[in-house]
Design a protein around this ligand. Structure first.
Ligand code: AMP
Ligand code: MG
Length: 349
């Protein structure tokens, strides 16, 4: 398949380029586009056949539902059975933004979007290209992250090209995404508002408006026995080619443990990647060190994390030794992604 790559001005998208993307969406084609979280792989969310192509291009398991993206709050009405009071408050506060809300679905939403379940996930992205593309298409756009299933999510158009070139119709290159991690997924259909995936909007921020919100246990637990409520959370995700170990605890202990482990691996002839931070990057003398950002500004770590994992893939290292960060605020989302990337290989030191 021919993949067209279009470079767009991310702050002031050229209307003719948006129209071109919308034309593709309306024709049932696949268009990757930037959002403020990561790049999305978009298709007309009301066109079952188009949505099926997303699963095929990504190699995504059929039982993992997709998020519908809208450009105005009024567009959710036909897609849901009802809008809870909490949703109204949160949409007002956080949309457009990295918060996905789960509603009871209406019959307009195709089964293929929801993987057959009774609920539908919806969000309004905070990115000019995404918003204008949705508006010009005139339909909700189904868009999971634009990566091969299981790989780290794309934060640059280059990542999308690497994974999906030749498998999708268009890639709209709008430069680097902002947050760098996916949206928070919040379920409002149960008795207690529940975060199923931590992301760009933190538990603390939601709690301010909805005090009884809780975090799904499987997100914070290291046990494999707790089954996640969100289908997508049960899969290995964000995984680099190399094996990966994440070290958590006191930062001095982390540095010491990584130094020792790195030496062990290097001595046995392995090539080692170290995912460090600005504050610690000079403390390692073995392996290839990449700083993913500053411990004092965890937003920078979120922004760089997936790119760093992909860089280690490019470098072809055998093992990645990664520093962990403290949970709380965006740290919870970062640790959730590190847990998944490493397949739960976390050592507390
Ligand atoms: P992605 O867009 O690929 O980054 O992932 C979307 C996430 O939202 C996955 O973890 C899905 O399992 C989750 N999701 C989408 N729709 C629903 C739903 N109706 N109920 C629970 N989780 C959902
Ligand atoms: Mg994804």
């Amino acid at each position: 398949m021919e993949t067209r790559i279009i470079r767009i001005n991310e702050h002031n998208p050229e209307p003719e380029l948006i129209m071109e993307g919308a034309r593709y969406i309306k024709k049932g084609k696949l268009v990757a586009f930037p959002t403020e979280t990561v790049y999305g792989l978009g298709a007309n969310g009301l066109n079952e056949e188009a949505v099926r192509k997303i699963f095929a291009a990504k190699g995504r398991p059929q039982d993992n539902p997709l998020i519908l993206h809208i450009s105005k709050i009024s567009e959710i009405k036909p897609l849901v059975k009802s809008i809870p009071k909490e949703a109204e408050i949160l949409m007002e506060e956080f949309w457009p933004g990295p918060l996905t809300i789960i509603f009871e679905r209406s019959s307009l939403v195709p089964d293929v979007i929801t993987a057959g379940i009774d609920t539908v996930a919806i969000r309004m992205p905070n990115h000019p290209v995404a918003l204008e593309l949705i508006e010009a298409s005139g339909v909700p756009i189904a868009a999971p992250s634009a990566n091969t299933s299981g790989k780290p999510s794309p934060t640059l158009a280059e990542h999308v090209i690497k994974d999906l070139y030749g498998k999708i119709d268009m890639i709209i290159d709008g430069g680097a995404t902002g947050v760098g991690l996916e949206s928070t997924v919040l379920d409002l259909t149960g008795d207690v508002p529940m975060i199923l995936r931590p992301g760009g909007i933190t538990l603390e921020a939601i709690k301010y408006f909805i005090p009884n919100v809780e975090m799904d246990l499987s997100i914070i637990s290291s046990s494999d026995k707790i089954i996640p409520k969100s289908p997508g959370q049960k899969y290995r995700h964000y995984a680099p080619n190399a094996d990966m170990i994440v070290f958590t605890g006191n930062i001095e202990n982390i540095v010491e443990a990584i130094r020792n482990k790195a030496k062990e691996y290097v001595d046995s002839g392995k090539s080692v990647g170290i995912m460090a931070t600005d504050e610690t990057k000079n403390r390692y003398d073995e392996g290839i060190v990449i700083s993913i950002g500053s411990r004092r500004n965890k937003g920078t770590i979120a922004h760089n994390l997936f790119n760093a994992l992909r860089q280690f893939d490019e470098l072809g290292v055998d093992i990645i030794l990664s520093e962990g960060v403290e949970t709380g605020s965006i740290g919870t989302a970062i640790m959730n992604r590190l847990k998944k990337s490493s397949g739960g290989n976390i050592i507390e030191v």
